[in-house]
Write a protein that binds this ligand. Sequence first.
Ligand code: PEP
Ligand code: MG
Length: 842
Amino acid sequence: MVGIVVVSHSRELADGAVALAREMGGAEIKIESAGGLEDSGALGTDAERVRAAIERAMSDEGVLVLMDLGSAVMSAEFAVEMLGEGAERVRLSAGPLVEGAVAAAAAAAGGAPLDEVAAQAAGALQMKAGQLLDAAPADGTGGEHGGAVGQAPDAEAELPVVNEIGLHARPAARLGALARGFDADVTVGRAGEASRVRATSLTGVIGLGARRGDTLSVAARGPQAREAVDALRELAATGFGDGPATDTRPVPAASPARSRDPSSVPAPAPPEPGNVLRGIAASAGVAVGPARHLRRSAVLSPPPEHAADTPPHERERLERAIDEARAGIRRDRDSVAARAGRAEADILDVQVALLDDAALLEPAEQAITGGATAERAWYDAAEAVAGIYRGLDEPLLRERATDVLDVGRRVLEALTGAPPEVAPGGGIVIVSELTPGDAAMLDTGQVTGIAAAHGAATAHAAILARGLGIPAVVGLGDRLVAIAEGVQLLLDGDSGTIVVEPSAAAAREAHERAGRLADWRAAAARRAHEVAATRDGTRIEVFANIGGAADDAHDAVANGAEGVGLLRTEFLYLDRDELPDEDEQAETLRRIAATLKGRPLVVRTLDAGADKPLAALPMPAELNPFLGVRGIRLSLVRRDVLATQLRALLRVAADFPVKAMFPMVATLDEILEARAVLDQARIDTGIDAPLETGIMVEVPAAALSSARLAEHVDFFSLGTNDLTQYTMAAERGDERLAPLLSGFQPAVLRLVRETVQGATAHGRWVGVCGEVAGDPAAAILLVGLGVTELSMAPALIPEVKATLRAVDLADAREAARAALASPTAQQARAIAAGLLPGPGAA
Ligand code: PEP
Ligand code: MG
């Protein structure tokens, strides 16, 4: 018979749960209590006591351990580690303590195997939720009006979940933020199911586990109930801001059971010494060093114990610490948005939403009222909520436990005054997926490489690694995370491999290569501020891409940018329900232009839609948003938005060398219509300042008609990220399509050539602002194809300049000709690599 262990901070509670379970399972069940501390019986948990209880309850069928909150989970995990033999037969349950113990006892008494006993314990709250119909779930997130038993809502609706991965963290955060803006209590559940949660509870909403194809039932009570439900209906139509699924494969059957026992997933076997793991090359360079797991994602360190002050004082301390944490997250978010793009920064919005989550705040508040310190109250609440996430079915949602621990840690640091925890020093950081939160805490002086089990080279996290100048390989698979801490690794960011415990000779060779690369980068940095030109003196402008305010412009100049070739203006519109007005936009653009001190600034007009949805500009759901109303198409539907932006731009153009650039142009008509809006803006503002106007070439149609379009624009900038996506019919963020998404694809290079030929026939210049512009080998080919401006992440500028200085234009042209004729992207790349100076030389 399966044994059961009950772990609680309170001896009485554990004993009581055991007595109740015995009542259900009968006297013969093997159930042991491990509550309180050993001698004193004081509140707390003790790993040794838990270990002894597990040994007493052990049988051939195994043992299920139920725990209450916080350190109980850690003590149980510790106890299993101490156990040695038999540890593989122990299962830690995410189920509720009392109901779980009772359900597990009944199942064990009936002779059920460990899997079944664990499943019964994990699902033990379902019966109670069913009985209470609309009542709150156990996480305390139930509604006051809409969720109360027997009260009819003032407004309700059923909303289909149409986005790819269902109601995961970001859409749930948007839903909560929207609901919070109305004077109404809004609750959400899965249609046809009894349990409901408050819409403002991020944890509650995520915990519903709603997937694509499910239907949500939304109910609201209060003065603005109708408005709230209508707004949520609109949000749902946009896939809760994600856009509808682009994957049209049949929806997998939705699973009614949403919780799982996390310990039931078999861990992958660690690789052996000498094994090579192959992934996707994400950031160039080589590194040798010990494996360093970002342990911060696994546990929170318990806060130091001290006597509590009065509850009002502790409450105030907690509120202040939460405010401080919120400000810190926002700072990180801005810096990540600038370096990696908005989509990656969005994940930090989830952390901001967690700080307002009732599932964390209410238990913390209760604990403080009961006499706990702010630290202890917050720590226990964060551990408990992280436990809820760890127990969810969807791998993506389980990973959100990391965000809970991130915010838990930030608030604790603010409370205790401890310095922020940073990534472990000196070595190759191993992560499941590189999140912006991870990247923000990396100490770039210490971390020599980044290895991620998941992700694609074009994903924003990889862009971030390149921006930081750290060699990186992504998409290495789950075996990566099984590598033990401290094991020596050789990471090759050029070939996309990791060697586990490399031979001494291989390690030495890699060290030497890394040294040469560091010397080369240092030399490049010393000349970063010189103008860029090829060896024979052909001037090439090297500009920066930025996506934020004046700080980013400062960063660009510091790295040697000769101007900004792409200002992604989406940042002006994010995180707000109302569009920015003309004054605000003019003011922000003016600050950026002033920071550039006379250098040119290319301002791309709003490029919303597809992967860049905006709450302030709600759009109807689209079946395939990348092919939908995005970029200039959206601006021509909302001409008021474009007109406001162009008026602001003209005001700045009166004093600074700014240029306007329209995104996602496919036809001449679009250019003519956008120019008509610009002409009207000139009349409205009375400003007739010169304003060069160009377009992004990121749709094959624009590249193929460049000669025709060139009559009506001053310049072109190739957006190779989207151009590659549309040419190869491969979604830019999909890691499975990585080989197709290379900017070296000969078909993409041909479109570059086509664009240049069409442009130069009319005396127009062509730049590139897609990711390839920052790849030294690609830069050679692009210059060889006739591109005269390259715009990239600021950190990449010095190396690209150094590369150009070492190459003759004639050789670059010859390489470009050969690359155009080559059958594969790899061969095209190899041709360019043959001209690379420094350590990248072939
Ligand atoms: C591009 O598509 O290459 C580009 C620079 O624009 P974004 O990455 O902002 O879509
Ligand atoms: Mg683009």
